[in-house]
Design a binder for this molecule. Structure first.
Ligand SMILES: Nc1ncnc2c1ncn2[C@@H]1O[C@H](COP(=O)(O)OP(=O)(O)O)[C@@H](O)[C@H]1O
Ligand SMILES: CC(=O)N[C@@H](CCC(=O)OP(=O)(O)O)C(=O)O
Length: 298
């Protein structure tokens, strides 16, 4: 009986959030870091279906970095990352496209459809919604670092995404973009999510990964509930934020600067982390904000 009452209370708590978020767009980025845990990925997709069923408008962007690295290893190619981005030559691009589009995107769309949610895969082999140019990363003494066929987003087909979400479809976007000449570029999926959220003026961006949040130090338990841009810059300078976390904080800031109201990094290994973040009073993970909230003094 107690358990049943608790369930009813959870529904009442969720009701206020369901009402507030009805009709709002939320961009959810799913990292490759949880894709080798089928239960975690399945629960996350169930959460996305729930959001769509109660009138929210989720847009999914997925990664698949771990799977790409495994496929490269099978092909005898060693993966190399610079500032959280994969060095990408022609062979690597072909492997990345195969893993991201033919495997991951298709499986996610199929799973959503099987669960009764209308979903549409948007990627480089069908309707591409992300356009890009070659990325040059900042190097020492103002030099640029070339990491091959890697892109930075130049535009997003926001009208198509808006049309899809307003007709109750969940877009599922893979992070391979097209350039002006129709060539393909590999893009970090967090960056895609940040630009998609900015382009559709999403209410929220949620980056789902395999960490409880952002660490403030080398201590695993020293997690930040909130981080401002200034704090993030300091954690990058001191090397505490590094590797795969770099594109996540950059993407969050891009989205917030464009007017997205909230940006969160949450742990997809926690059952129903997405629903906990969106529909309960119990915030989880790390929220990124542009400015520190002013201190209230008495
Ligand atoms: N300050 C930090 N706090 C938490 N994780 C960090 C931090 N800096 C780097 N990371 C790393 O970033 C990883 C998440 O990025 P990544 O592996 O690319 O995930 P995903 O595949 O979900 O995009 C974490 O597992 C962790 O190893
Ligand atoms: C240029 C670049 O780094 N592209 C990424 C695209 C996939 C991705 O971002 O996957 P995660 O979200 O799992 O990290 C890559 O090749 O790994």
């Amino acid at each position: 009986m107690d358990e049943a009452i608790q369930k009813a209370e959870a529904l009442v708590e969720a009701h206020a959030y369901i009402r507030d978020f009805a009709g709002k767009t939320v961009v959810v980025k799913v990292g490759g870091s949880i894709m080798d845990q089928p239960d975690a990925l399945g629960r996350l997709l169930d959460d996305v279906s729930f959001m769509a069923a109660v009138g929210m408008r989720p847009i999914l962007v997925h990664g698949g970095g771990k799977g790409i690295t495994a496929a490269m290893n099978d092909a005898g190619i060693e993966a190399e990352f610079v500032q959280g981005r994969r060095y990408t030559d022609e062979r690597t691009l072909a492997i990345a496209e195969h893993v991201l589009v033919n495997d991951i995107n298709r499986q996610m769309v199929d799973r959503l459809i099987q669960g009764g949610t209308q979903a549409m895969g948007l990627h480089s082999l069908s309707s591409c919604v992300v356009f890009a140019e070659r990325l040059a990363l900042p190097g020492e003494q103002g030099r640029k670092i070339d990491i091959g066929l890697v892109g930075q987003v130049t535009s997003v087909n926001a009208p198509l995404l808006s049309a899809l979400v307003s007709s109750d479809h969940v877009p599922v976007i893979a992070p391979i973009a097209k350039d002006r000449a129709g060539g393909k570029l590999n893009i970090n999926a967090d960056s895609v999510a940040g630009h998609v959220a900015a382009a559709v003026r999403a209410e929220k961006i949620v980056l789902v990964s395999d960490t409880h949040g952002i660490r403030r130090s080398d201590n695993e338990d020293d997690l930040a509930r909130h981080l401002s841009r200034a704090e993030i810059e300091q954690l990058i300078d001191t090397g505490v934020i590094n590797a795969g976390m770099l594109p996540k904080v950059e993407a969050s800031l891009i989205a917030l600067e464009a007017g997205v109201r909230k940006a969160h990094i949450i742990d997809g290994r926690i059952p129903h982390a997405l629903l906990l973040e969106v529909y309960t009073d119990q915030g989880i993970g790390t929220e990124i904000v542009l400015e520190e909230a002013p201190q209230v003094t008495s």
